[in-house]
Design a protein around this ligand. Structure first.
Ligand code: PHE
Length: 341
């Protein structure tokens, strides 16, 4: 039995030492120290021993158990430490690796174009207003003289929020005319830039969301001549001295008379080219004298006051300003495109 114990001790100690993981170690523990383990098996034979031999063997067996248990604990601790070290090494942070560069953008071409426009108008005494994109149809249509049944109110063109077509995404910045008339003292000189929404398919010149800049002046004795003079000045500031414009008759429900203003093509100078589709002119904005009914609906005496308004498509302006061929580039936010401005 003595030899048996010595053998178990030697074997177990070397097995513990050889264990490479906590799992390994536990299997070895079960093999030697478990209920059905080798040491336990030896102890079960104690009964066969003589009364004189029993305490000696008992002592010896306890020594072996103690030795095995302490070796087990020791190995287990070292395995734990090794595992921890390995994990720390694997998760180590190399603070000397250069960081990832944060890509800083630029001012968006749309904002550059808008800022230029704002600077020009502020210099002429205009105030800049902002208003809601979720708008009431009353402001977007009714108070602008586009009554029920007007084609621009159609569901196929406009994003409504409710069955009764009362709340919508504004389809133009013109409701800002009404909001200004309602909230400001006369005389009024404002521009109101912002997003507008229409059910248009995306292509090179269309997007369901785009930007307009509304402009409006109301004062005593304001005429169409003021409208033309102001817009001509703005165009010359934007596109250079001597840039020609032309005014064509048009129709809007809230202006009378109404017109569209074209700018002579910057590419061909008016002879006709692909950029202006052979026209020599590029359409820039809609405008007109504010309809007396619109003034009256907002409580302004149209016998005393007159006014004009315009609405510029900002994308069209930016495309022209930076000679960009496709409007989609403006909204894709590809940094390689935006870096060029
Ligand atoms: N709101 C018009 C449009 O979206 C443009 C416009 C504004 C026309 C102001 C006249 C006066 O087409």
């Amino acid at each position: 039995m003595k030899e048996q114990l010595a053998k178990i001790r030697a074997e177990a100690l070397s097995a513990f030492e050889g264990a490479q993981s906590a799992l390994d170690l536990d299997a070895i523990r079960v093999k030697y120290l478990g209920k059905k383990g080798e040491l336990t098996a030896v102890l079960k034979q104690m009964g066969k021993l003589s009364a004189a031999e029993r305490p000696v063997m008992g002592q010896l067996a306890n020594d072996v158990r103690a030795a095995l248990e302490s070796a087990l604990e020791d190995r287990s601790k070292r395995l734990e430490t090794a595992a921890l070290e390995q994990r720390l090494r694997a998760e180590a942070l190399d603070v000397t690796i250069p960081g990832k560069r944060v890509e800083i953008g630029r001012q968006h071409p749309m904002n550059i174009a808008l800022d230029e426009l704002k600077t020009i108008f502020i210099g002429m005494g205009f105030q800049v207003l902002e208003g809601p994109e979720v708008e009431l149809a009353v402001y977007n249509f009714d108070r602008l003289n586009a009554e029920e049944g007007h084609p621009s109110r159609d569901w196929s063109d406009t994003f409504y929020f409710d069955q009764d077509s009362r709340v919508m995404l504004r389809s133009q910045t013109s409701p800002m005319q009404v909001r200004a008339m309602e909230s400001m003292e006369l005389p009024i000189r404002i521009i109101a830039p912002g997003r507008v929404y229409r059910k248009d398919e995306v292509d090179a010149t269309h997007s369901p969301m785009f930007h307009q800049v509304e402009g409006m002046v109301i004062d005593k004795g304001v005429t169409m001549a003021d409208l033309k003079g102001t817009l001509n000045t703005v165009v010359e500031r934007l596109y250079g001295q001597g840039t020609k414009t032309r005014f064509r008759p048009h129709h809007f429900p809230f202006t009378e008379p109404s017109c569209e203003m074209d700018v002579q093509c910057h590419k061909c100078g008016g002879t006709g080219c692909p950029t202006c589709k052979g026209e020599g002119w590029i359409e820039l904005l809609g405008a007109g004298m504010i309809h007396p009914k619109v003034l009256e609906m907002s409580g302004i005496d149209s016998e005393v006051y007159t006014g004009w308004a315009f609405g510029i498509g900002l994308e069209r302006m930016a495309l022209r300003r930076f000679k960009i061929a496709d409007m989609r580039l403006i909204f894709e936010n590809d940094i390689r495109f935006l870096e060029q401005f």
